[in-house]
Design a protein around this ligand. Structure first.
Ligand code: MRU
Length: 346
């Protein structure tokens, strides 16, 4: 099965490379990035997206800053690097992984005594984060695969796959690991309005790997659940507070519906997505631009006189979630995210 990376550092060219996701599935293109402002734009435009991938991008962003920021003495240089890191952090507010990746590299940078050391340390830590992310996804995959029946249909929302991570994926990592273990898994991918991460990205990467996938519009999900056509729902997460799971807008409606039809609703996410000290009301839900809702391609579907709302994420209360699959174990009801501070749960 394909386990190639979504974003990586090219040491020969000394730059970040990534798959430009807004062009998929029509065009597969990789971009070289050596500039903080370009990276900020890439994150805002969702060229790089998905919580774990944002964590890795934030980490590489600090590595880029150590290469581009000017300034002497070293303290001035370091404050320039920190400013650049803050510019990256401010691009998207909901996925906690972005700030987590940035902070991990900034913390390591405290050991640096000069610019060369700072460049080396930042890159080494960012590469470690990328490698660990892939390892987490495989661990999540294995733990989650064990929850699925031998033959099943899994509904997923948005893209929590290889493209949303360093590779392999969280929700789709579970599917990949189950398929690798010989299970027969069919995936129903909700298209995920307004930006169609399900139709464009989930379907693309599963079809590329030969995994059976069917795309439906978001509004068809309830119909298929009621018809008994869905055995489990598996989604990723952008942030998990002690009381709710934040994920792509539309996730909450699938959770309500799955609960109504007694279908297990699983969230697959690494520990870096958890924010157990905060609650739902402390989290900022990113509000995106009007044109993402009004326009498809070059056609406008909403009249100028109508207002539009475009929250990018919603919150699903913990009681609607059957279990959260992490790299260290599966959290079941009653889900206590604070218990994650002591590893080894299963
Ligand atoms: O706006 P996006 O495309 O970055 O939103 C992504 C999601 O909501 C994913 O489901 C989430 O980040 C989990 S990715 C493993």
């Amino acid at each position: 099965m394909n386990d190639s990376s979504t974003l990586w550092w090219d040491r020969d060219r000394d730059c970040l490379c990534y798959i430009e996701q807004t062009l998929l599935p029509g065009e597969y293109k990789t971009i070289e990035c050596r500039d903080i402002d370009r990276l900020a734009t890439a994150i805002r435009r969702l060229e790089i997206r998905g919580a774990p991938a944002l964590g890795v991008a934030g980490a590489y962003g600090v590595a880029i800053a150590t290469r581009t920021v000017q300034g002497d003495p070293f303290t001035v240089f370091m404050s320039g690097v920190t400013d650049a890191a803050e510019r990256i952090r401010s691009t998207r507010p909901t996925a906690i992984n972005l700030g987590w990746g940035i902070d991990r590299v900034l913390a390591m940078l405290r050991r640096a005594k000069d610019k060369n050391e700072a460049r080396e340390i930042a890159l080494r830590e960012a590469e470690t984060i990328a490698r660990e992310d892939t390892a987490c996804c495989h661990a999540i995959g294995e733990k989650g695969a064990a929850l699925l029946p031998e033959r099943c249909t899994v509904l997923t929302h948005c893209n929590a796959g290889a493209l949303a991570c360093s590779s392999w994926g969280t929700a789709l990592g579970v599917v990949r690991s189950a398929v690798e273990a010989g299970k027969e898994v069919h995936v129903i991918a909700c298209e995920t309005r307004p930006l169609l991460q399900g139709a464009r990205l989930t379907a693309w990467e599963l079809a590329r790997d030969g995994i059976d996938v069917t795309v439906i519009t978001d509004s068809m999900a309830a119909h298929f659940m009621r018809a008994g056509a869905i055995d489990a729902v598996i989604v990723g997460a952008d942030r998990i507070t002690h009381d709710a799971v934040f994920n792509k807008i539309g996730t909450y409606m699938h959770a309500v519906c799955a609960s109504n039809h007694r279908i297990p609703f699983y969230v697959a996410a690494p520990l870096s997505t958890f924010d157990p000290d905060n609650s739902e009301r402390e989290v900022v839900i990113e509000e995106r631009g009007r044109n993402e809702v009004t326009t498809m391609g070059s056609r406008v579907y909403v009249p100028d006189g109508a207002k539009v709302k475009n929250p990018a994420f919603d919150a699903t209360p913990m009681e609607l979630i059957t279990a959260i699959i992490t790299e260290t174990g599966v959290l079941r009801q009653p889900i206590d995210t604070r218990s994650l501070l002591s590893p080894g749960k299963s």
